[in-house]
Ligand binder design. Sequence first.
Ligand code: MN
Length: 227
Amino acid sequence: MPEFVIPAPPQACLPVSTGGQFPVRRVYCIGRNYAAHAIEMGHDPDREAPFFFQKNPDSLKATGRFAYPPQTEDVHHEIEMLVALQSGGRDIALDDALSHVWGYGVALDMTRRDLQGAAKKLGRPWEIGKSFEGAAPVGPLMPVAQTGHPSAGEISLHVNGALRQSGDLAQMIWKTPEIIRYLSQYFELAAGDVILTGTPAGVGPVQRGDVMEGRVAGLEALRVEVV
Ligand code: MN
């Protein structure tokens, strides 16, 4: 063990449905990966090259509670499927991409939309809108042995029982293997990396006291209270 000069921060990790914890290295998030969401955000839904931002590993939280963050009055939900990698590398081939996947989960890409919008206008990075504490509530991860590789089926979010977001994984513009291949051309992927694969249409604000329930076909549902 190295001799740390300050207390070592805890390893970010996510609970696993079958027991144990998944240690997280990096969090990649793809933008505008469902055409209907690209349109609602005022963008062209054509299949342009994908783009990414990152959240910090410690912004993932599996506590079932989302603390309304500071310096915003417009926090939005984005329901997404999470892909967790057990291995990685550079320039991964398309037909080899899924062999690097350990499992899947349901996640929320919570967004300070007002701050993100201001950053966009100024051509600035999105971190202030996307990467605050607790910005990615997640449900338990499930291993591929239980889930297979989900590529079609419902992805939805209810708030206080009302349907807000609804789509189908088959509507993803960039499919999971394509996302892995693309990322690996720009970054060296590794065990512990997780990818949020984009959100369907219907994003919108939440308030303290709201209960969000996210579902992806075949995965354990995610229930999160805004506090
Ligand atoms: Mn998102």
